[in-house]
Design a protein around this ligand. Structure first.
Ligand code: NAD
Length: 323
């Protein structure tokens, strides 16, 4: 498959490197408004305008890694040009635009994926396998704690940027582990100079009757995410202590503990973004096999429906039901 990358900053370069590793794909072009970033090596051509790239190269697949508020137009243009699209999270900054992206993919008969790459990390992947095998019985509650540094690209992106840019990942994981979210309650605190909330608590109710919460925040200067997730079930609990390295499984007795470490079979994940590389590779394989991607555009839309409900809850002070 002929593949192109639109937006060649930190993450776009990561996309390009992953595409080069794929057995199913050839990187044919990259694009960035800053030509020095778009320069793509000997085998791929560089563009500053994505419409020209699409028209000239006619790629089969496009990955989008422009800033959060600039995902919509290149995605729609690429889908309408017949490409399958792998888009960075969040799909869009409004629900209406995200819905249009998913509807356009369906109308055009093309796959659209959103990069909730954490599903491809060792920690969450292993824990999901254990939960799916019934090792904790039925999940009854889930508790997330998350902190990270403030990414430079969220400046000016609104007071709820933490929800859009960070917690959409964790909302997606909550749905992956516990099923559909049916109501949300949100608290926000510590507005910074531009009014952006740095700390958030979300509490969820799932269709299964399980409940969960995410407590998280951005802090200046932190170098990478620190996050732990505990999923409690009727027969035990699974704790993801380190996304890259360590998962613990507890039975009903406190002495019954199994520990799992990232190993050869998972592909040793020595850095956080190996999960992103794995997601790009999995998407290319699914397109090659004409199989729907694990994390679809619909998952991207659902994440933003939960964010919209969280914002409504924060503004109204009430729990909000999500249909
Ligand atoms: N999945 C993850 O874990 C993860 C992690 C970090 C960032 N991201 C997401 O990846 C995206 C990119 O983030 P980044 O850190 O690489 O940002 P970045 O600023 O390093 O890169 C964005 C690039 O897009 C380019 N660009 C802007 N407008 C363009 C246009 N019209 N056409 C072509 N190129 C254009 C910019 O010049 C820049 O080089 C964001 O949506 C971000 O939220 C995802």
């Amino acid at each position: 498959m002929r593949v192109a990358v639109i937006g060649s900053g930190f993450i776009g370069r990561r996309h390009a490197d992953a595409i080069r590793q794929s057995a199913y794909a050839e990187l044919v072009a990259t694009c960035d408004i800053d030509i020095t970033r778009a320069v793509a090596g000997a085998s791929a051509r560089a563009y500053t305008d994505y419409a020209t790239l699409l028209e000239t190269e006619k790629p089969d697949v496009v990955t989008i890694a422009t800033p959060d508020h600039l995902h919509v137009e290149p995605t729609l243009l690429a889908l309408r040009a017949g490409c399958h699209v792998f888009c960075e999270k969040p799909l869009a900054m409004t629900l209406e635009e995200a819905r249009l992206m998913a509807e356009t993919a369906a109308e055009c008969g093309r796959f659209l994926a959103v990069d909730y790459n954490r599903r491809f990390s060792f920690g969450y992947g292993k824990a999901h396998q254990l939960v799916s095998e019934g090792r904790i019985g039925e999940p009854t509650h889930a508790v997330f704690r998350v902190t990270d540094g403030i990414p430079p690209f969220v400046k000016g992106r609104g007071v709820y940027a933490f929800l859009f840019s960070m917690l959409t990942h964790h909302i997606d994981l909550m749905r992956w582990f516990c099923g559909e979210i049916v109501s949300v309650y949100a608290l926000q605190s510590r507005p910074d100079d531009e009014g952006k909330f740095l700390d958030t608590v979300l509490s969820f109710e799932f269709a299964s009757g399980a409940i969960g919460s995410v407590v998280g925040g951005w802090r200046e200067g932190q170098t990478r995410t620190i996050e732990t997730l505990e999923i409690g079930g009727t027969q035990g609990a699974v704790i993801i202590e380190d996304v890259q390295k360590r998962v613990r499984l507890h039975g009903l007795s406190p002495d019954s503990v199994e520990e799992f470490q990232s190993d050869y079979f998972w592909g040793v994940q020595t850095e956080f973004y190996h999960s992103l590389d794995a997601h790009v590779l999995a998407f290319l394989e699914s397109v090659h096999k004409r199989e729907a991607p694990l994390v679809s555009g619909r998952d991207g839309v659902r994440g933003l429906e939960i964010v919209a409900a969280a914002i409504e809850s924060h503004r109204s002070g009430r729990r909000v039901t999500v249909s």
